[in-house]
Design a binder for this molecule. Structure first.
Ligand code: 7PJ
Length: 277
């Protein structure tokens, strides 16, 4: 057992867990209307929980390459009703995918159990806000910003640079009182990386684990899968599963995915095989 508390619940991170992606950006809904989007989001959350997701990751900022920035109020308006509705109806860990201090604090007040920040708490006030919630945090590496990150990313050694960056962010967390046991690390697949950078980071997933942290991987349906396989967007599931299986075998335990059931079943088998005696 390796229990990590996530607010009012905890997870045994000696086992793999699936984090289901719930985007609440306007472009992720087919039709407008506040009720429609809340209803759609709730049904999607319920479906992912039925399929075995341990965590629902709610995000109101699109971080796709080139995406337009969002205001704090827009982000609050998108994310808060969804987190509130899920926590009122379903006993599940909700994670908030945000870099915005006010959203971290607001989500925590509604019962969110994890702060997932693609900017690793670099925004002004984010470290202190996250520390005040008492929640665990996922620190992700990104090179540049979503607007610029895919403009010819370049590293001397991508693995060393990502490790050094994350160690620095861990130190910053500890300075504001966020205990090391509450920190999850993520190499940031697709965030300022070429296909080769992404493959090298996945090949070295164990390096992050060996620093003494749980590792989260988010590669579901990302461009790297299509690039590696020469496939269109809608056919990235099998490749995503293969890459996540590799990350599991190198120590990652949380998998941020769109397609929950296939990953839950794949990971259940991988974990069973590892544990059989
Ligand atoms: C990630 C994320 C990821 C973590 C996104 C997308 C882009 N959070 N949020 N790790 N990616 N921790 O899903 O295509 O890789 S948004």
């Amino acid at each position: 057992m390796s229990l990590m508390p996530f607010g009012d619940k905890s997870l045994d991170l000696s086992l793999p867990h699936v984090m289901g992606i719930l985007n609440v950006t306007p472009d992720s809904f087919s039709d407008g209307g506040a009720f429609d989007s809340l209803d759609t989001a709730l049904r999607q959350a319920e479906k992912m929980i039925c399929e075995g997701a341990s965590i629902i990751d709610v995000g109101g900022e699109s971080t796709r390459p080139g995406a337009a920035p969002v205001t704090v109020q827009q982000e609050l308006d998108r994310v808060m009703p969804v987190i509130e509705a899920i926590k009122q109806r379903i006993d599940v860990i909700v994670s908030v995918d945000t870099s915005t201090p006010d959203v971290m604090v607001g989500a925590a007040s509604l019962g969110a159990g994890l702060i997932n920040d693609v900017r690793a708490l670099e925004r002004d006030g984010a470290l202190v806000a996250a520390a005040n919630t008492g929640l665990p945090v996922c620190l992700m590496h990104m090179k540049g910003s979503p607007q610029t990150m895919q403009n010819q990313p370049d590293y001397v050694s991508v693995v060393d640079e990502v490790v050094d960056y994350l160690i620095g962010r861990v130190a910053a967390c500890r300075n504001v009182g966020i205990d090391q046991s509450r920190i999850i690390l993520d190499p940031g697949i697709g965030f300022g990386k070429t296909l080769s950078h992404n493959l090298l980071l996945l090949q070295n997933t164990h390096v992050l684990k060996q620093l003494g942290f749980e590792v989260l991987i988010g590669l579901s349906r990302k461009t790297m899968i299509a690039e590696a396989l020469n496939l269109p967007v809608e056919e990235r599931l099998f490749g995503s599963m293969g890459a996540n299986a590799s990350a599991f075998s190198k120590g990652a335990r949380i998998f941020r995915v769109h397609d929950v059931r296939p990953h839950v079943e794949m990971l259940a088998l991988m974990s069973r095989i590892e544990r059989e005696s």
